[in-house]
Write a protein that binds this ligand. Structure first.
Ligand code: GUN
Length: 289
C-alpha cells in the first residue's frame, strides 16, 4: 500500500508558520497584508472556494475582503474595480475567481491586474517570468504540488521522469515549467497524445490535471511513482454526490509509492500557497524583508 499524501495537514502546518510570520510583521511594521477576492456570479463551487480563501486568510492574520458582483456585471465594470484595487494601498493581493461569465474576456481581466498584486500568477508578465526562471509570483496549484512532491521524494528531483497530464494555462503548463526548473525530464500529455497510458507508466512523478473523473488507474502508473491528483470532479454515485479526482485512488494506491487524495490533497495546498503569495506580494510592495 502506498502513502496517502496528507495535503490538508501540510497546509495546516504552513498556515501556522504563516500566522507567526504575519504577527511578527504586524508588530514590527504596523502594517497588515491584505488579500481581495473578486467573485462574479453565483457558481456554487466558486462560492465555496472563495469562502474558504477568506476564512483561511483570517486564520493567518491576513486581511481579506470579498467583492461579490452579479452575474450580469459588464467587463467594463469589472475592469473598473480591478483598477481601483490596483491603486488601493491596503490591498497586496488580487484574485479574480475563474471562470468568469461569458460576456467577460478572462485574458483582458487577468492582464489588467497589477503583476505585483497577481497572487494567482496568471498575468502574462508572471507567466513569462516563470518560463525563463525569473523570480515571480508562482501559480498556487502547481507550487503547492511541488511542495507535496518534495515532502515525499525530498528536495532533489533532478533527473526524475515527470509526466503532466493536461495542458491548461492554470495547471498543466506552469506545472511543467516548475518541474523543468527542478531539473526533471518533463513530458506533457493531453487529449491528442498517442499511447498516453504507456507514457504515464514511465513517470516517477505523475501529475493528473485533466478534469476526467478517475481516468487514471494502476495500469497507468509505474511501481513506486509519486502521484499528484489535481482533479476535482463532482459525480453522482449510489445516488449520492461525491467529489473525486482524476485518479482512481484505491487502484493507484496498489502501485504507487504515494498518492494525494481528493479531497484533502492538492486543494488545501492551493489555498495555502495563495496566502504565501499574498505575504510575498506584501513584502515586495512594502519593502519588508
Ligand atoms: N478557479 C479554479 N481554480 C482557480 C484558481 O487557482 N484561481 C482562480 N482565480 N480561479 C480559479
Amino acid at each position: 500500500m502506498s502513502i496517502r499524501i496528507d495535503g490538508a495537514a501540510y497546509a495546516s502546518n504552513l498556515r501556522k508558520e504563516l500566522a507567526i510570520e504575519v504577527a511578527a510583521i504586524k508588530q514590527s511594521t504596523g502594517k497588515i497584508p491584505g488579500l481581495t477576492v473578486v467573485l462574479v456570479g453565483e457558481d456554487p463551487a466558486s462560492q465555496v472556494y472563495v469562502r474558504r480563501k477568506g476564512e483561511q486568510a483570517a486564520e493567518v492574520g491576513i486581511t481579506s475582503t470579498e467583492h461579490r458582483l452579479p452575474v450580469e456585471t459588464s467587463q467594463e465594470e469589472l475592469l473598473k474595480l480591478v483598477t481601483q484595487l490596483n491603486a488601493d494601498d491596503t490591498v497586496h493581493g488580487i484574485l479574480v475567481q475563474l471562470p468568469l461569465p461569458s460576456q467577460i474576456d478572462e485574458k483582458t481581466v487577468l492582464t489588467a491586474i497589477s503583476p505585483q498584486k497577481d497572487v494567482d500568477g496568471f498575468h502574462p508578465i508572471n507567466v513569462g517570468r516563470l518560463s525563463i526562471g525569473d523570480d515571480c509570483l508562482l501559480p498556487c496549484t502547481p507550487h503547492g504540488s511541488i511542495h507535496l512532491i518534495k515532502s515525499v521524494l525530498g528536495d532533489d528531483l533532478s533527473g526524475l521522469n515527470a509526466v503532466v497530464v493536461g495542458r491548461s494555462n492554470i495547471v498543466g503548463k506552469p506545472m511543467a515549467a516548475l518541474l523543468l526548473q527542478e531539473s526533471c525530464t518533463v513530458t506533457v500529455v493531453h487529449s491528442r497524445t498517442k499511447e498516453i497510458e504507456k507514457i504515464c507508466a514511465q513517470a516517477d512523478i505523475l501529475i493528473a490535471a485533466v478534469g476526467r473523473p478517475e481516468m487514471i488507474n494502476a495500469s497507468w502508473i509505474k511501481a513506486g511513482a509519486c502521484v499528484i491528483d489535481v482533479g476535482i470532479n463532482r459525480i453522482e454515485r449510489d445516488g449520492k454526490n461525491k467529489l473525486v479526482g482524476d485518479v482512481d485512488f484505491a487502484s493507484a494506491s496498489e502501485k504507487a509509492a504515494a498518492v494525494t487524495p481528493v479531497p484533502g490533497g492538492v486543494g488545501p495546498m492551493t489555498i495555502a500557497m495563495l496566502l504565501v503569495n499574498t505575504l510575498t506580494a506584501f513584502k515586495r510592495i512594502e519593502k519588508v524583508s
